[in-house]
Write a protein that binds this ligand. Structure first.
Ligand code: CA
Ligand code: CA
Ligand code: CA
Length: 571
């Protein structure tokens, strides 16, 4: 059947088409049946688009053109646009994910299950059931539309999509951060707290499959812990996971931290006139859906090569190199603004099961926000040592009830932020480079004036205040040190380490660099990519030297794993 005749048929079937042909007397019948007609119309429309994409390999462009031929007044066009948007570029993935027409039409509320009646479907029901698959679809549509918002500005203004867009917006606001279909907190999407933040889910339809779990029946049949190791050695019938990972002290790494640990970064090319271009903003959407953080390059959980200058080194990559059974076992629970006061909120997103999962090394790194705030009365708003003590004990108690036995917690002290002012105040900010007219001192006082200075204590021309802030930071670090010395827990041991800012600067100077080059140029506050990479190297060496058991043994089978499983399914 030629597409045009198909559209004609649809036109006849749709309720709007019928009512436009009907007179007043017939209305009640159609009103009653309106719901059903709408559903059939949607199912037909979506089926056709899906099949055109699948069988004729219609490109999305071609589908869009077809949609535009449809009468604008009717729901048809909207459904057609949506279906081509959903199926056009990703038909294969949709099929893999067992999405079908019924799911789409239920998800966009054109087919509804009536109370006390079975749900109607044209195609075989998805294995996971209609409701689960619908949820999955809703999230997929949300992500797709979010991703295309910049080149499909008109999509949400289509009358039909208005409601959907509203739903998606509120969905993004309320249901995210986890772009996760089976509810195990691990995702197949990079941003929106997806696998840039914690290891990629290798089966997002099965909540018992996720990174960090102890292998189910030695992963003889499938990779239950997503580390890329599974199956049975045909030579002796022993599962590879048992052969290569059993007894190797495999474990994951989890970071509870602030914007430094999430790796906050605003690309300088966004604000530097000489570098501004369309290309400079090509990463804008990704950055925004990632809260302006770049955990994929960060000090603790970085795993991708940096695209924001410097290079990537991380505790996770080291831990993976030491034991390839640790592949994908990382979680970055950090958040911009994280501090000892709100760390319990971050902990709600922890994914670790005492019974089923491997132990973890948890890094607690709230390096500034307990003394940094934008209040004019900044000292008054800093955390008191007593409060710090209470907050951290609460955190550790929580961890003790969730971490598997044999875990470790490392408390990192607060940074001494005086190096920020010392190294930057008389240098030009990217905004002032063109005309040599904005220094960091000016930027800091402008931010203070607006009461949005990220740290009035350290980013200040008042040296007494800077010293006071460092003094409080040092007191708070002492609290952490004391806790590590005294407190004992059932499921982990606790250690303390200073934030190695001095060592990072020294190492960078030895490499020929200058200290100011370690600070984020746009905000003049955060450690940048180079500081993160060097920090990872220093922290790793310190742990290895002082508490080697925290990192586990080196796996003697690493090269065999690499030979058989190559990149272990990638990240
Ligand atoms: Ca998942
Ligand atoms: Ca899963
Ligand atoms: Ca495995």
């Amino acid at each position: 059947m030629a597409p045009s005749s198909v559209f004609l048929l649809l036109f006849m079937l749709l309720p709007n088409g019928l009512s436009s042909l009907s007179n007043g007397k017939q209305k009640p019948v159609y009103e009653r049946k309106r719901q059903e007609f709408t559903c059939i119309g949607c199912v037909l429309m979506v089926s056709i688009v899906e099949q055109l994409a699948q069988v004729h390999n219609f490109s999305q462009k071609k589908l869009w053109r077809l949609c535009s031929y449809l009468p604008e007044k009717m729901n048809l066009q909207g459904i057609c646009f949506l279906a081509s948007e959903i199926f056009g570029p990703t038909i294969i993935r949709m099929i893999e994910n067992k999405m079908n027409t019924d799911v789409v039409c239920h998800a966009i509320h054109l087919c509804k299950q009536k109370a006390g009646q079975p749900s109607c479907h044209l195609y075989p029901l998805p294995k996971m059931g209609l409701n689960v698959t619908m949820k999955k679809f809703e999230r997929m549509a949300a992500v797709k539309i979010l991703k295309h918002m910049h080149d499909l500005p008109g999509l949400c203004s289509l009358p039909f999509l208005k409601n959907l867009c509203e739903n998606i917006k509120s969905f993004i606001k309320h249901k995210l951060p986890y772009e996760d279909f089976d509810g195990d907190k691990f995702s197949i999407f990079p941003t929106l707290r997806g696998y840039y933040w914690r290891g990629r889910d290798c089966d997002d339809a099965d909540a018992s499959v996720y990174p960090g779990r102890r292998p189910d029946e030695w992963d003889a049949k499938l990779d239950s812990n997503c580390n890329g190791i599974w199956g049975v050695d045909p030579k002796d019938g022993i599962p590879y996971e048992q052969k290569f990972c059993n007894g190797t002290e495999s474990k994951g790494v989890i970071i509870l931290g602030d914007s430094a640990a999430a790796h906050f970064h605003i690309p300088p090319e966004w604000v530097t006139a000489s570098q501004m271009s369309k290309k400079a903003f090509s990463n804008l959407l990704e950055a925004l859906t990632n809260e302006l953080d770049w955990p994929q390059f960060s000090e603790v959980t970085g795993f991708l090569n940096s695209t924001i200058g410097g290079w990537t080194e991380s505790l996770y990559l080291q831990l993976r190199k030491r034991n390839r059974c640790n592949h994908r076992d990382y979680q970055n629970l950090s958040k911009n603004g994280g501090s000892s006061e709100n760390v319990l909120e971050l902990l709600e997103s922890l994914a670790r099961n005492q019974q089923f999962d491997k132990p973890a090394v948890v890094i607690f790194a709230m390096i500034g926000n307990d003394v940094c705030n934008g209040s004019p009365d900044t000292v008054k708003h800093m955390t008191q040592p007593k409060e710090m003590h209470t907050n951290v004990l609460q955190t550790l108690r929580y961890l003790d009830s969730y971490l598997p036995k044999g875990s470790h917690v490392i408390l990192i002290g607060l940074v001494d932020g005086r190096f920020l002012w010392d190294n930057l105040h008389d240098r030009y900010h990217p905004l002032g480079q063109l005309n040599k007219d904005v220094t960091y001192e000016q930027l800091y006082s402008f931010l203070s004036c607006l009461q949005i200075n990220p740290c009035n204590g350290w980013l200040s021309s008042n040296s007494t205040l800077r010293n006071l802030t460092s003094e409080r930071a040092s007191q708070l670090s002492s609290v952490l040190k004391e806790i590590a010395k005294i407190e004992k827990y059932t499921n982990f041991d606790v250690f303390y380490m200073d934030y190695p800012i001095k060592e990072i600067a020294e190492m960078w100077q030895k490499m020929g660099g200058e200290t100011w080059q370690l600070i984020e140029p746009v905000d003049g506050f955060h450690p940048n990519q180079i500081a993160s990479a060097l920090g990872a190297r220093i922290v790793w060496e310190k742990i290895l030297h002082k508490w080697p058991h925290v990192l586990g043994k080196e796996n003697p089978f690493n090269s065999e794993i690499a030979m058989i499983f190559k990149d272990q399914g990638g990240h």
